[in-house]
Design a protein around this ligand. Sequence first.
Ligand SMILES: Nc1ncnc2c1ncn2[C@@H]1O[C@H](COP(=O)(O)OP(=O)(O)O)[C@@H](O)[C@H]1O
Ligand SMILES: N[C@@H](CC(=O)OP(=O)(O)O)C(=O)O
Length: 462
Amino acid sequence: MKFGGSSVASAERMKEVADLILSFPEESPVIVLSAMGKTTNKLISAGEKAASCVSTVSEMDELAFVKELHYRTVEELGLEKTLIEDHLEKLERLLNGIAVLKEFTPRARDYLVSFGECMSTRIFSAYLNKIGVKARQYDAFDIGFITTDDFTNADILEATYPAVAKRLNGDWVRDPAIPIVTGFLGKGWRTCAVTTLGRGGSDLTATTIGKALGLREIQVWKDVDGVLTCDPNIYSGAEPVPYLTFDEAAELAYFGAQVLHPQSMRPAREGDIPVRVKNSYNPNAPGTLITKSRDMSKAVLTSIVLKRNVTMLDIVSTRMLGQFGFLAKVFSIFEDLGISVDVVATSEVSISLTLDPSKLWSRELIQQASELDHVVEELEKIAKVNLLQHRSIISLIGNVQRSSLVLEKAFRVLRMNGVNVQMISQGASKVNISLIVNDSEAERCVRSLHSAFFESDMSDID
Ligand SMILES: Nc1ncnc2c1ncn2[C@@H]1O[C@H](COP(=O)(O)OP(=O)(O)O)[C@@H](O)[C@H]1O
Ligand SMILES: N[C@@H](CC(=O)OP(=O)(O)O)C(=O)O
């Protein structure tokens, strides 16, 4: 069971989560926790301020916030301050170190944010023990979560599964206690330093443990009634989606639905372990069940996802190379520069594609700009290139077997809104149609599409 930051944001919430866990007395769950509430954001902002010397560390609002939140929680749960005192002192020393160096590297950033999960799990584990439920805290980087050394966005390596299983099973056999594991964190295999799995990475920690231990079900507890038909921040009338396949959930997450980490479905799919997305604020709501397959006979559209601020490239061949050579050359340029491509559409002499913003975001702004210039420079040796920024990908996740129906209705809605789609791609995944529009019109499009697909009588398209 994974509980996100919103589920463990205060002492009150932690008590409710404890009650929730105890309401499944016949189960022996493994618990994965994120940092409390907004702790991760505050820590990142504290690190940035420290590096730019905006204020002295001891007077920083962010540090005061994190200290106050954790001390208050400890006190309200009737626990000892000493539980987190060392971590908070070390955290302040680390921020002072960043201020001295005037440098906030990705490696330092991962170490800094790890304090959030290290403290939330210690507090929660101590609370369970206090109320008589035997629990044991684990730092993921100490129990075999082995990752690449891509700080801020590390990938879990295969060796993690047997290592984690060995450690958790071994401890359970020797001395049974509910494991309380830090989400989001790992250990780089070369550097041995703390890494993080990308924002929202605790979902991936949970599914990794699920696969490692061959669990019956993985539950991720959030602050929404499951995966919704669209981002509730764009449209508050979004409805829960009761069933999804791993493929649908993976596309949805990859194309920007913040509710699930982009890579989190991979271990669940490999282990064929159902994932249930539930609301810790409303446990009676059925949530979303994600499994290998589901009845698609009635399915048309499942969810609409928006990924903003995407860069698009229009690349038109100057016919210096044959068609095979052209495609190969274009993609080898992206490979050489380590930039991944999201959506692609080709004609005989041109390629339109979008660049994966998550890969670019993990780099400095200045670096991003020069990288894009470099891409264009390389491509211009064989093609005419048009770089288009501030685009959005609207992904229509659903039954691509019925793509003509989906497209007919989608394009009718977009035409009525005066929107011209700049690129369209229907991949082999059979669950996703992607449309590229301007950032400025994207939210309006999502709302209109939502109303057409989910709020009107669907009979006219069946
Ligand atoms: N399609 C969607 N379905 C549900 N939630 C979504 C969707 N798209 C974006 N969200 C946002 O994702 C949030 C839940 O994810 P997250 O913040 O990672 O939760 P937690 O921190 O509890 O793990 C919701 O509060 C909602 O604002
Ligand atoms: N605390 C990390 C990891 C995480 O998964 O958080 P949440 O479950 O609150 O999205 C983050 O904010 O990115």
